[in-house]
Ligand binder design. Structure first.
Ligand code: SAH
Ligand code: SF4
Ligand code: F3S
Length: 429
């Protein structure tokens, strides 16, 4: 059987799908390779959310073209959001690619495998890996809803991933039970908007119902989910977070802008005031919550003053983590059709740096409050001779110990803090 290497960029959804592809290939007896040159079969799991991501994908595709010239037997599979409905056109552009399949289109992968004599099992088997690329990891990513119905004006995702389709509660519970039997301790439920989970299912179960069901699985220690949408997140969900012990105190709640006119042009369907109110409710109900957000700078027409509104929101709300991105026009989207990309690249860069700079100070202040505190982490793997894991609030922690902490909950004491990660020592329980 071929040795495979999966190259992944993009969001957690892509990471989840790569874990699943790895599981499928393993089921056929394939083995994982550590890099392109060691593989006979490579899978590119692509992202096109911004031009920079797309460029990386195109660069890797041309690198593989060279590799295939030297090794004509190399098989190249491409999935993820580069793959749109025009697969024939893509096939013409990239004749060295052996198979293009849309995100989540596993029947296509399985059928191709069969033709190649790679007997992939139909059964869903996930193969979690940690951030250091090591397997197995005790943390699994579980897609619960595919696609997106929102059409934020800047965003290409709905065009590439299609309309929302939720997986039935029983199917997810069954899968998580099976993973837990195989040693998984933490699951992260993923979807572009997990707050729409279930609206298309009989009886309309929602995310809070799903969290309740999963909480009943005995040996599962932690549950996370992402991404939430400020226009849809419900009080019921916030209360479920507050009351269910296994649900970790962390939320990804992208605000995108601190200016109401820009939010309107983005078609986000909430106001800055509503967003602030939500944050206050969440912090009141779940006092330990850590909050992440996404911000786009340089959206068409964004004035200096409108940008300052984003900056002051950042200063006021004090997020734990912010992902800032410079606006990148995506062909086919509403913003691409309706607005000029009129903010110069240098101005976008300046604004991006400004937010990152302010955020670095805030994150360093927030994290320094953890100094000397005792917290729980789940051992995920080893990197640079140290164990690493995450707190319930999703902060990355490193510690040294000769024991085996993979998949174990450990009590640790924080010794060192920075805006990005923490250092700790093991507490003798
Ligand atoms: N479903 C999630 C994530 C979508 S993509 C959500 O609703 O937030 C991840 C992030 O990429 C977005 O939150 C947004 O901040 C950013 N993004 C999406 N399209 C973009 C574009 N055209 N230019 C710059 N950033 C973009
Ligand atoms: Fe894109 Fe908006 Fe959907 Fe998120 S909610 S994937 S930003 S369209
Ligand atoms: Fe990228 Fe697709 Fe995710 S465009 S961000 S991989 S949904």
């Amino acid at each position: 059987m071929p040795r495979y290497f999966i190259w992944t960029i993009g969001c957690q959804m892509n990471k989840a799908e790569s874990q699943q592809i790895a599981g499928y290939l393993d089921s056929a007896g394939c083995q994982a390779a550590t890099s392109f040159p060691h593989a006979d079969l490579v899978v590119l799991n692509t992202c096109v959310v911004r031009q920079s991501a797309e460029n990386k994908v195109l660069g890797t595709l041309s690198l593989l073209k060279g590799l295939k010239n030297d090794h004509p037997n190399l098989q190249i599979l491409v999935t993820g959001c580069l793959v749109n409905s025009h697969t024939q056109e893509l096939q013409r552009r990239f004749p060295h690619v052996d198979l293009l399949f849309k995100p989540g289109d596993y029947p296509e992968l399985i059928a191709w495998g069969q033709k190649q004599g790679i007997p992939i099992e139909q059964k869903l088997l996930r193969y979690p890996r940690n951030d250091a690329g090591m397997a197995p990891s005790p943390c699994a990513l579980i897609p619960i809803i595919q696609g997106c119905d929102n059409f934020c004006s800047y965003c290409i995702v709905p065009y590439r991933r299609g309309r929302e389709v939720s997986r039935p509660v029983e199917e997810i519970v069954c899968e998580v039970e099976e993973l837990v039997r195989r040693g998984i301790k933490e699951v992260t439920l993923v979807g572009q908007n997990v707050d729409s989970y279930g609206h298309d299912l009989p009886g309309h179960p929602d995310l809070a119902d799903l969290l309740n069901e999963l909480s009943g699985i005995d040996d599962l220690a932690r549950i996370r989910f992402l991404t939430n949408h400020p226009k849809d997140i419900s009080l019921k969900l916030i209360e479920a977070m507050a009351s269910l012990n296994k649900v970790c105190e962390h939320l990804e709640l992208p605000v995108q802008s601190g200016d109401n006119d820009i939010l309107k042009a983005m078609r986000r369907e909430y106001t800055v005031e509503r967003y602030k109110e939500l944050v206050h409710i969440i912090r009141h109900k779940v006092p330990q919550i850590s909050l992440s957000t996404d911000i786009i700078v340089g959206f068409p027409g964004e004035t200096e003053e409108q940008f300052e509104h984003s900056l002051s929101l950042v200063q006021e709300l004090r997020f734990d983590v912010i992902h800032v991105a410079a606006y990148s026009p995506r062909p086919g989207t509403i913003a691409w059709r309706e607005y000029q990309d009129d903010i110069p690249a240098e101005v976008k860069k300046e604004r991006l740096n400004k937010i990152e700079e302010v955020q670095a100070t805030i994150a360093s202040e927030i994290n320094s409050q953890l100094q000397d505190k005792e917290v729980e982490i789940l051992g995920e793997g080893r990197k640079g001779g140290k164990w690493f894991g995450r707190t319930r609030s999703n902060k990355l922690v490193f510690f040294e110990d000769a024991g085996d902490w993979l998949g174990q909950l450990a009590r640790i004491q924080i010794e060192k803090t920075s805006p990005w990660s923490l250092g700790a020592r093991l507490k003798n329980n």
